[in-house]
Write a protein that binds this ligand. Sequence first.
Ligand code: FPP
Length: 232
Amino acid sequence: MSGDSSLPRHVAIIMDGNGRWAKQRGLSRIDGHRAGAKNVRKVARAFADHGIKYLTLFAFSTENWGRPQEEVTGLLHLLSHSIDEETQRFHQANIKLVHIGKPDRLPLELRRKIKSATELTKDNTGMTLCLAFDYGSRSEIVDAVRCIKEGNVSPEGISETIFSSYLDTADIPDPDLLIRTGGEFRLSNFLLWQVAYSELYFTPVSWPDFNEKEIEKALLDYEQRQRRFGNL
Ligand code: FPP
């Protein structure tokens, strides 16, 4: 990876602040998520237009199952609906969809939709849009360890490169830029291994309001960073 590129190859986003955005407007939390889902299309298009090669979005975490049943059901429904609505558009825009996270706990219908969307778009050569559904970094790391053990890899055979190849993100370069909207300053179990050398960008702007202007601000901020990867 080149350290002097002014454009990130991979941008990862923690899309936070939907609930507060809705509350400020007297709306329900699920209305906030609906506005957030609507924004996914615009943001994905904008990053693709900027020439970003990989965009990863944290849409549903392993911890989100702990939210009230009504919100969980609403979020899963939104994900399903968004796949129905957006897959053809993404396909026409040459965007390749991939999924990271555990498929097995998702409703069968949603799993099928994810599978057919990723299958349909697998040969696309534009931006890769990676959707993290039921994703949690610690669970991903524990699963990788289990696979390595089951695969009888010798202790000497385990390297950082080999370990990375057992993660859900095996075919995706590490993020260059991690953005978190919504004003919190934490990683919330997102891509912990992969963001070791990522530039971090936190903005108070809520996810539904994260628009083209905010994208430009984030990319400009990134452009001014000096990435040294531990060197001088
Ligand atoms: C965090 O806001 C956001 C989520 C838990 C879900 C993000 C999901 C979407 C934007 C919808 C669908 C996505 C796709 C890819 C179609 P929060 O509820 O924690 O907000 P708060 O901190 O203000 O309460």
